[in-house]
Design a protein around this ligand. Structure first.
Ligand code: HEM
Length: 321
C-alpha cells in the first residue's frame, strides 16, 4: 500500500512520541503558544523539515529521521513535514472519501471512474501482501537456519497429505513456524511504517499537550525496532515468536501493530497471512532458489526492495507437491 508514502507527503506540522509523530496544522498554532508542545523543530517556513526527512531515507538505516530526533529529544518530538494547511483540512473533516470524490467530479461518476476507484481500493490488499512475500523470501534466504526449519515444517505437512492434495484450513493452522516467520517479517519489514490520526481534542501526554487539530503519526517502525521491546530488534529472528503467548502479549501491549489497531484495524490481516503461508508452502516444497542480483531494502517513501529481489528458481526434481 503506497498510502504510507502519500500520508508522509501530505503531513503538515508534526510531533513524535515513542513511535508517535504528531502533525499540527495552522489550527494548532494558536494553541501552541498556550500548551507546552513536545520538543523539536518545525524547521523552515512552509517546507519545515521535509527535505531532511527525504534525504535521511537515502541511508540504509530504516528509521534515520526518527532515530536522530529520538536521540536528541526522547520519544516525543515535534517536527513539520509537507506544508499542507491543517486548518483547511480540519474544516473538511466531516466529508468521507466518496463525498469528496463526488464533489470533485461534479456529483456523479462514470462507470470507468467507479471501476478505477474500486481497483485503487484493492491496491491496499495487493501491494502490501506482495511486499510481505518478497521480504519473507529475502529474510529467509539470508537466514538459512530459518529456511531449513520452514522447509521441515512444510515437508511434514506435505508428507501427511496426498501428492497433489490441496491445503486445507487445518493445514494452515498447523504452521506455527511459518507464522513466526510472517510475524518477524512484518516486524522487521514494517510494510506500513505507521498511520496518521488527528487529535479531536487536546491530548495530554507526560508533560506535553498535543493541541486539538494536530495530525498524529503513530510510527509502528519506531516501536517494532525498539530494543526495549525486542532484543536485537533490527535482527531477523523468527524464533523470538515461538513462545505461545508472545504474539498475543505483543499485540495486547501495542508493541506489535503491523496491521494497525482499533476501529481501523486492517480487515485483510488474516487473508494476508493465509496468502503468504500458502505461497511459502508451495515455494519451499517445490523449488530451490538463489538471489539473481544483489538487492537491498529501501524504506522511503515506502518499504520495498530496490529491484524487487529477483531470484533464480529451480523446480526440485523430487517435488513433494
Ligand atoms: C501485509 C499485508 C497488509 C498490511 C501490512 C496491512 C496493513 C494495514 C494497516 C496498518 C491498515 C490501517 C490503516 C490505518 O489505520 O489508517 C490497513 C487498513 C486497511 N487494509 Fe490492510 N494490510 C495488509 C493487507 C491487506 C489486505 C490483504 C487487504 C484486503 C484484501 C487489506 C485491506 C485494507 C483496507 C480496506 C484497509 C482500510 C480499513 C479502514 O480504514 O477501515 N489490507 N492495512
Amino acid at each position: 500500500m503506497d498510502a504510507a508514502a502519500l500520508l508522509l507527503l501530505a503531513a503538515a506540522t508534526a510531533v513524535v512520541t515513542l513511535g508517535w509523530l504528531y502533525a499540527a496544522g495552522h489550527a494548532a498554532r494558536g494553541a501552541k503558544k498556550r500548551a507546552r508542545m513536545p520538543p523539536g523543530s518545525t524547521g523552515l517556513p512552509l517546507v519545515g523539515e521535509t527535505l531532511r526527512l527525504i534525504s535521511a531515507y537515502k541511508t540504509p538505516n530504516p528509521e534515520p529521521f526518527i532515530d536522530e530526533r529520538v536521540a536528541r529529544h526522547g520519544g516525543v518530538f515535534t517536527t513539520h513535514n509537507g506544508g499542507v494547511d491543517g486548518e483547511d483540512e480540519v474544516k473538511k473533516e466531516k466529508k468521507d472519501m466518496v463525498e469528496e470524490l463526488l464533489e470533485a467530479e461534479g456529483g456523479s461518476f462514470s462507470e470507468e471512474e467507479m471501476v478505477d476507484f474500486c481497483l485503487s481500493l484493492l491496491v491496499a490488499g495487493y501491494e502490501t501482501t506482495s511486499v510481505l512475500m518478497t521480504l519473507a523470501v529475502k529474510f529467509l534466504t539470508e537466514t538459512p537456519a530459518a529456511l531449513a526449519e520452514l522447509k521441515e515444517e512444510h515437508a511434514n505437512i506435505r508428507g501427511m497429505k496426498g501428492k497433489n492434495q490441496p491445503l486445507e484450513w487445518s493445514d494452515y493452522k498447523s504452521m506455527p513456524f511459518t507464522q513466526c516467520v510472517i510475524n518477524e517479517t512484518l516486524r522487521v519489514g514494517n510494510i506500513i511504517s505507521g498511520v496518521f490520526r488527528r487529535a479531536n481534542t487536546d491530548i495530554h501526554y507526560k508533560d506535553y499537550t498535543i493541541p486539538k487539530g494536530c495530525k498524529i503519526f503513530a510510527s509502528f517502525r519506531a516501536v517494532h525496532l525498539n530494543n526495549e521491546h525486542y532484543e536485537n530488534a533490527r535482527t531477523f529472528n523468527p524464533w523470538r515468536w515461538q513462545d505461545n503467548n508472545k504474539l498475543q502479549n505483543a499485540v495486547g501491549a501495542n508493541i506489535f501493530t503491523p496491521f494497525g489497531g482499533g476501529p481501523r484495524l486492517c480487515p485483510g490481516y488474516e487473508l494476508a497471512r493465509v496468502v503468504v503461508s500458502i505461497f511459502l508452502h508451495h515455494l519451499v516444497t517445490r523449488f530451490s532458489w538463489e538471489p539473481a542480483e544483489e538487492d537491498r531494502l529501501v524504506f522511503f517513501p515506502t518499504t520495498r526492495t530496490l529491484k524487487g529481489y529477483p531470484i533464480n528458481l529451480r523446480l526440485l526434481s523430487e517435488s513433494i507437491c
